[in-house]
Write a new protein. Structure first.
Length: 266
């Protein structure tokens, strides 16, 4: 778990007097819950967030009162409440790019036999905000809200590749902290992805995020500076690098270009 204090900041950033630490702690607690977790106790939440257990108990109590957590007296643990679902649903329902991209993503998935995702950055991960799979494929399906690592996934590398070099390098100390001993290999993969994007317009991850998964990705930078990424991939035994690079990549790039044009016209 990466807390707010672990996020990249510019070297010249002064302490932000408008920053509300108590609110940040509350959001850190909510982010501690991952898909499949079920209930978590205060000790587990403290370990994931790095926050003092005494602070956690006050935060979880407050979030429970507000409906963002529910408490089991039998287990003496918490799980996410319906308030979180309401916030997430409001976000994805009002995301224009998701509404524009969905039919094109499904067409690409059906045409190429790949799983096609739309991702946004969440700290040091990429989170799926839309996903399409071929109609005849039941395996390798992501759900909206699933995360993948920024440093090793194609979609995360595409995000990094789209950044100016100085901004990209702000992430490196934090990605290194997360990768630990694997950082030299991870960094080399990122730098290869940057070169690939500059030369070919897409990034790759062949077995780096998951040894059984191959994928390619293309970033989309909007006029406001926000970067989304689109990826196409799936099981490595079925989707080899040559097929993804030569057959799928041109279609993925064309799809992203069309989506950008449609968004500009809105």
């Amino acid at each position: 778990m990466v807390s707010l204090s672990d996020l990249p900041r510019r070297k010249d950033t002064e302490p932000d007097r408008k920053f509300i630490e108590a609110l940040a702690r509350g959001l850190d607690v909510l982010r501690a819950f991952q898909p499949g977790d079920g209930f978590l106790g205060n000790l587990e939440i403290a370990q994931r967030t790095g926050l003092p257990r005494s602070s956690i108990s006050r935060v979880t109590y407050t979030l429970t009162k507000l409906g963002y957590l529910t408490y089991s007296e039998r287990l003496e643990k918490y799980q996410l409440g319906s308030g979180v679902l309401a916030l997430g649903y409001a976000f994805v329902s009002n995301l224009t790019i998701r509404q524009v991209a969905k039919p094109l993503m499904q067409d690409l998935a059906n045409t190429t036999g790949t799983a096609v995702g739309l991702s946004d950055r969440d700290r040091l991960d990429m989170i799926f905000v839309e996903f399409s799979a071929p109609a005849n494929v039941t395996a390798f399906r992501h759900e909206i809200g699933n995360r993948v690592a920024m440093a090793t996934s194609g979609t995360g590398r595409a995000y990094l590749a789209a950044l100016p070099q100085e901004e990209r390098e702000y992430f490196y100390p934090y990605l290194e902290k997360k990768a630990v001993a694997d950082w030299p290999k991870t960094k080399a993969g990122i730098e290869e992805a940057v070169i690939s994007y500059q030369q070919h317009g897409f990034c790759c991850s062949f077995g780096d995020w998951n040894r059984d998964v191959n994928g390619i990705a293309v970033p989309l930078q909007l006029s406001q500076g926000h970067i989304y990424t689109f990826n196409a991939g799936g099981p490595a035994f079925r989707l080899n690098p040559e097929f993804l690079e030569n057959e799928v990549a041109p279609l993925l790039k064309n799809m992203v270009s069309n989506i950008k044009t449609m968004l500009i016209r809105l």
